[in-house]
Design a protein. Sequence first.
Length: 129
Amino acid sequence: MRLEGVGILNAIHLFIDLSSGELARFRSGKDAAACIGLTPTQHSSGGKVSLGKISRRRNTTLRSLLITGAMAVIQQVVKRDPKTSKDHWLKALIERQGKKCAAVALANKTVRTAFSLINNKTEYKAVLL
Protein backbone atom coordinates (compact mmCIF):
# COMPACT_ATOMS: atom_id res chain seq x y z
CA MET A 1 0.00 0.00 0.00
CA ARG A 2 3.04 2.32 0.02
CA LEU A 3 2.98 2.56 -3.76
CA GLU A 4 1.43 5.70 -5.21
CA GLY A 5 -2.21 5.13 -6.14
CA VAL A 6 -2.51 1.78 -4.36
CA GLY A 7 -5.18 1.56 -1.68
CA ILE A 8 -6.67 -1.42 0.11
CA LEU A 9 -8.59 -2.77 -2.90
CA ASN A 10 -5.68 -2.33 -5.29
CA ALA A 11 -3.26 -3.96 -2.85
CA ILE A 12 -5.53 -6.97 -2.36
CA HIS A 13 -6.14 -7.45 -6.09
CA LEU A 14 -2.46 -7.00 -6.95
CA PHE A 15 -1.29 -9.39 -4.25
CA ILE A 16 -3.79 -12.10 -5.19
CA ASP A 17 -3.21 -11.80 -8.94
CA LEU A 18 0.57 -11.43 -8.82
CA SER A 19 1.33 -14.05 -6.17
CA SER A 20 -1.14 -16.86 -6.84
CA GLY A 21 -3.38 -15.84 -9.74
CA GLU A 22 -2.89 -16.06 -13.47
CA LEU A 23 -0.23 -13.32 -13.38
CA ALA A 24 2.07 -15.35 -11.10
CA ARG A 25 3.28 -17.43 -14.05
CA PHE A 26 5.07 -14.50 -15.72
CA ARG A 27 8.80 -13.95 -15.45
CA SER A 28 8.71 -10.14 -15.58
CA GLY A 29 6.48 -7.28 -14.57
CA LYS A 30 6.34 -6.16 -18.19
CA ASP A 31 4.55 -9.38 -19.14
CA ALA A 32 2.15 -9.06 -16.20
CA ALA A 33 1.28 -5.46 -17.15
CA ALA A 34 0.65 -6.54 -20.73
CA CYS A 35 -1.66 -9.31 -19.52
CA ILE A 36 -3.68 -6.82 -17.46
CA GLY A 37 -4.00 -4.61 -20.53
CA LEU A 38 -1.82 -1.65 -19.56
CA THR A 39 0.37 -1.68 -22.67
CA PRO A 40 -0.53 -0.71 -26.24
CA THR A 41 -1.50 -3.44 -28.68
CA GLN A 42 1.13 -4.13 -31.28
CA HIS A 43 0.46 -4.55 -34.99
CA SER A 44 3.94 -5.11 -36.38
CA SER A 45 5.03 -6.71 -39.61
CA GLY A 46 8.28 -6.86 -41.55
CA GLY A 47 10.29 -4.87 -39.01
CA LYS A 48 7.82 -1.97 -39.02
CA VAL A 49 6.51 -1.40 -35.49
CA SER A 50 3.00 -0.03 -35.19
CA LEU A 51 1.52 0.51 -31.72
CA GLY A 52 -2.23 0.79 -31.23
CA LYS A 53 -4.54 1.64 -28.35
CA ILE A 54 -4.56 0.10 -24.87
CA SER A 55 -6.26 -3.27 -25.13
CA ARG A 56 -9.44 -3.66 -23.10
CA ARG A 57 -9.79 -7.41 -23.25
CA ARG A 58 -7.99 -8.58 -20.14
CA ASN A 59 -8.46 -8.02 -16.42
CA THR A 60 -10.87 -5.07 -16.54
CA THR A 61 -11.49 -4.80 -12.79
CA LEU A 62 -7.83 -4.57 -11.81
CA ARG A 63 -7.01 -2.26 -14.71
CA SER A 64 -9.82 0.18 -13.84
CA LEU A 65 -8.85 0.18 -10.15
CA LEU A 66 -5.21 0.92 -11.01
CA ILE A 67 -6.06 3.71 -13.43
CA THR A 68 -8.48 5.27 -10.93
CA GLY A 69 -5.76 5.23 -8.27
CA ALA A 70 -3.29 6.71 -10.73
CA MET A 71 -5.71 9.53 -11.58
CA ALA A 72 -5.98 10.35 -7.86
CA VAL A 73 -2.19 10.60 -7.66
CA ILE A 74 -2.08 12.79 -10.77
CA GLN A 75 -4.62 15.23 -9.30
CA GLN A 76 -2.31 15.72 -6.30
CA VAL A 77 0.96 15.89 -8.27
CA VAL A 78 -0.39 18.68 -10.48
CA LYS A 79 -1.17 20.85 -7.44
CA ARG A 80 2.23 20.66 -5.69
CA ASP A 81 5.94 20.59 -6.32
CA PRO A 82 7.49 17.15 -6.97
CA LYS A 83 8.89 15.47 -3.84
CA THR A 84 10.22 12.22 -5.33
CA SER A 85 11.85 11.24 -8.60
CA LYS A 86 8.62 9.49 -9.62
CA ASP A 87 6.66 12.74 -9.03
CA HIS A 88 9.16 14.60 -11.22
CA TRP A 89 8.81 11.97 -13.98
CA LEU A 90 5.02 12.06 -13.70
CA LYS A 91 4.79 15.84 -13.85
CA ALA A 92 6.94 15.95 -16.99
CA LEU A 93 4.84 13.17 -18.55
CA ILE A 94 1.60 15.05 -17.81
CA GLU A 95 2.97 18.13 -19.58
CA ARG A 96 3.99 16.08 -22.64
CA GLN A 97 1.13 13.57 -22.99
CA GLY A 98 -1.80 14.64 -20.82
CA LYS A 99 -3.39 13.30 -17.66
CA LYS A 100 -5.09 10.17 -19.01
CA CYS A 101 -2.03 8.86 -20.80
CA ALA A 102 0.05 9.59 -17.71
CA ALA A 103 -2.46 7.67 -15.57
CA VAL A 104 -2.08 4.56 -17.72
CA ALA A 105 1.72 4.91 -17.65
CA LEU A 106 1.68 5.24 -13.86
CA ALA A 107 -0.62 2.21 -13.55
CA ASN A 108 1.79 0.24 -15.77
CA LYS A 109 4.72 1.31 -13.61
CA THR A 110 2.76 0.39 -10.47
CA VAL A 111 2.12 -3.17 -11.69
CA ARG A 112 5.76 -3.64 -12.67
CA THR A 113 6.94 -2.32 -9.30
CA ALA A 114 4.43 -4.46 -7.38
CA PHE A 115 5.50 -7.54 -9.35
CA SER A 116 9.12 -6.90 -8.41
CA LEU A 117 8.28 -6.24 -4.75
CA ILE A 118 6.23 -9.43 -4.42
CA ASN A 119 8.78 -11.65 -6.18
CA ASN A 120 11.77 -10.24 -4.29
CA LYS A 121 9.87 -10.00 -0.97
CA THR A 122 11.01 -6.41 -0.36
CA GLU A 123 9.33 -3.16 0.68
CA TYR A 124 8.82 -0.07 -1.46
CA LYS A 125 11.02 2.95 -0.76
CA ALA A 126 10.43 6.13 -2.75
CA VAL A 127 13.54 7.93 -4.02
CA LEU A 128 13.40 11.47 -2.63
CA LEU A 129 14.79 14.43 -4.54
